[in-house]
Design a protein around this ligand. Structure first.
Ligand code: GTP
Ligand code: MG
Length: 190
């Protein structure tokens, strides 16, 4: 578990982005993949970040201060069909601006659902991550929902669909699979 995690602030637009010299570790992925749950699991707190059974729960960039040392940053998900075109545009502009204009992002966790083939938007996200010089890790969430053999099979499919060379780490907030490993990565990267 990450020590002393506290909510800092939310940014709904560019003016609201936090001005800070602290390092930031960022979560990206489609709506409902489990980004906010990932934050809660690492914090070992049930309701630090709002989690929803419907996609589109997180609507702002949310900063969580970890031990006064760095920030974990939760982003709104993409691919949520009920958002209006304007809302989608605003969200993607904000995320783009945040990442493009930030020297302090030390790592990005890219979350995909272990049960499903990555979507076209996931492919675009992956290509975009490759084009940045920021270290990133691909996480396959909700690993508790399938057995260990299927997990390995699905990870192969995910890697093929993304044309990814990187390792993909199965993860579960529900069953705390690989939480220690992620924590270790965060602590050595922040
Ligand atoms: P947005 O804020 O809409 O982008 O979604 P999100 O990526 O933050 O997803 P969130 O953490 O809100 O989780 C979405 C749903 O998936 C919730 O019902 C969670 O309880 C569930 N969920 C998240 N992680 C896991 C997991 O590891 N296992 C299982 N079984 N369910 C999970
Ligand atoms: Mg969320």
């Amino acid at each position: 578990m990450l020590k002393n995690m506290k909510f800092k602030t939310s940014a709904f637009n560019i003016q609201g982005l936090l001005k800070t010299d602290k390092k930031q570790i960022v979560l990206v992925g489609k709506s409902n993949v489990g980004k906010s749950s990932f934050i809660n699991t690492l914090a070992n707190q049930k309701q630090l970040a709002k989690v929803g059974s419907n996609p589109g729960k997180t609507k702002s960039i949310n900063y969580y201060n970890v031990n006064d040392e760095f920030y974990l940053v939760d982003l709104p998900g993409y691919g949520y069909s009920k958002m209006t075109k304007k809302e989608k545009e605003n969200t993607s502009n904000l995320i783009n601006y945040y990442i493009e204009n930030n020297q302090n992002i030390s790592h990005i966790f890219f979350l995909v659902d272990i049960r499903h083939k990555p979507t076209e938007n996931d492919r675009i996200m992956y290509e975009w991550l490759l084009s940045k010089s920021i270290p990133f890790t691909i996480i396959a969430t909700k690993a508790d929902k399938i057995g260990p053999i299927k997990r390995e099979e699905n990870i192969i499919v995910i890697r093929k669909t993304l044309f990814a060379k990187e390792d993909i780490i199965p993860f579960s907030s529900e069953k705390k699979i690989n939480v220690d490993l992620i924590e270790h990565m965060i602590n050595s990267d922040s």
